[in-house]
Design a protein around this ligand. Structure first.
Ligand code: PMP
Length: 439
């Protein structure tokens, strides 16, 4: 029985299908099976293993903590927790930072919604087409994909959705989006005045509706919509959105759970913006494999939420905080954001070369250690070809996920710290996968 059949034999099918075999060890970008076969993890374990699997500094810090004190519960304090929140606050874009530790990304989103409602006194929230913020009720209400929401989603207020410009469309072979998403596709709606005007009117309509339904507490968005296909957003547009939110007395909540802490080439997207987001959410990379996330903001905003209103048993766990402090140290000492940017440039060049030979590859885009392209046929999305690329990559021992709004996107999410040999392996496996899928 293959790994997926085994998993569904014992797990609820709602956990979905898995890629590759069942793994038993890992190191850097590699995941290994018991027989020693190595796979390159081009998913970074859902984007968390930005430093690579089993990063030595993280493993060492966690192992040392494990022998001393793994757990206190969220109401008791610990040294590793104090160290972590101090370190994360100091790295954050806030002058007087307050850190709210949470466990999962979804929980950070839920917590941010509460902070926003407490800080503004408003109820409703504005989100965006193609967004992914998690699968718990409040986060799910902001997640775009309808099939995830069939069995219940809803925060206390209402959610209204605006449509961001799609940086990919219309497809133009050879069109590229490089670093930081700051160069929208030339012919993409994101790059045209008409595209921006259409976006602003959809944002205004959503804000108007939200205002009529209890006022706008928050505008919540990802600076790059990674889960739905690495859809980049022009930083100038982020500033426009921030101002529109502030005009309505709402907070701008930037969900950096995927993009933050170096993954997209910056520690925080705020570095590219004129406005500072009122709340910033981090997760994934923060634990590099340990379940920990956080809401960050100015103390005066964060403290709108009264004591005891936001806790969960494992929030601020000593074990996860020790791991996260080692991650934060490594992000700085290894200059992970710069490493991610240079990886993104290499990936962009190679994907561009491949697209020149395979005209069905469209809208190549990279932002740090995030890359994607869409598969097309006669200018239309071609999900079958995307599936073929992912399968061919798997035969070349490269794990990738497909996806995107039409299922025609191939996403490449490697760890940001790669040796030259590892990068060459990735680039070669991508070339093999693309030419195999051409047949
Ligand atoms: N926000 C964003 C931007 C994400 O990418 C994700 C996870 N893909 C989440 C929230 C939810 O995080 P988690 O799966 O840890 O709950």
């Amino acid at each position: 029985m293959n790994s997926n059949r085994l998993r569904t034999a014992y797990e609820a099918r709602s956990t979905g299908t898995t890629a590759g075999p069942a793994f038993s060890s890992g190191h850097g970008p590699w995941l290994r099976t018991d027989d020693g076969t190595a796979w390159f993890d081009g998913t970074s374990g859902s984007g968390a293993a930005t430093l690579g699997h089993q990063h030595p500094a993280v493993v060492e810090a966690a192992a040392a903590q494990l022998t001393r004190l793994a757990h206190t519960g969220c109401r008791l304090n610990s040294d590793p927790r104090l160290r972590m929140v101090r370190r994360l606050g100091a790295l954050s874009p806030y002058r007087e930072p307050a850190v709210l530790p949470t466990v999962t990304g979804s929980e950070a989103v839920e917590a941010a919604l509460k902070v926003a409602r407490a800080a503004t006194g408003h109820r409703s929230v504005v989100g965006f087409r193609h967004a992914y913020h998690g699968k718990t009720a409040g986060a799910l209400a902001l997640t775009w994909r309808a099939e995830f929401k069939r069995f219940g989603a809803g925060p206390h207020g209402s959610v209204f959705t605006a449509a961001l410009p799609d940086p990919r469309r219309p497809y133009e072979d050879g069109a590229h989006l490089y670093e930081d998403g700051s160069q929208p596709c030339e012919n993409g709606s994101g790059g045209t005045a008409a595209g921006t005007a259409a976006f602003l009117s959809s944002l205004t309509a959503a804000l108007d509706e939200a205002e009529r339904h209890g006022g706008v507490a928050a505008v919540v968005l990802e600076p790059i919509q990674v889960t739905e296909g690495v859809l980049t957003v022009d930083p100038a547009l982020l500033d426009l959105i921030a101002r529109a939110a502030h005009d309505r007395g709402a907070l701008l909540v930037l969900d950096e759970i995927y993009t933050g802490l170096g993954r997209a080439g910056r520690m925080f997207t705020a570095e590219l913006m004129a406005e500072v987001p009122d709340l910033t959410l981090v997760g994934k990379t923060l634990g590099n494999g340990f379940p920990i996330s956080a809401v960050l903001g100015e103390r005066r905003v964060m403290d709108a939420l009264p004591p005891g209103v936001q806790t969960s048993t494992y929030s601020g766990s000593p074990l996860c905080c020790a791991a996260a402090s080692a991650v934060l140290d490594t992000l700085v000492t290894q200059d992970v954001p710069a490493r991610a940017r240079s990886l993104g440039r290499r990936l962009g060049v190679r994907l561009g070369e491949l697209a020149a030979h395979h005209p069905w590859m469209a809208a190549v885009r990279t932002a740090g250690a995030l890359a994607a392209f869409d598969c097309t046929r006669h200018g239309r999305p071609d999900p079958a070809r995307a599936e073929a690329v992912v399968e061919a990559a798997s035969r070349a021992r490269l794990l990738l996920f497909g996806g995107g709004p039409e299922g025609a996107t191939v996403k490449i999410v490697p760890p940001a710290l790669l040796t030259e040999y590892e990068l060459e392996f990735l680039l070669r496996a991508l070339a093999t996968a693309v030419s195999d899928a051409d047949r």
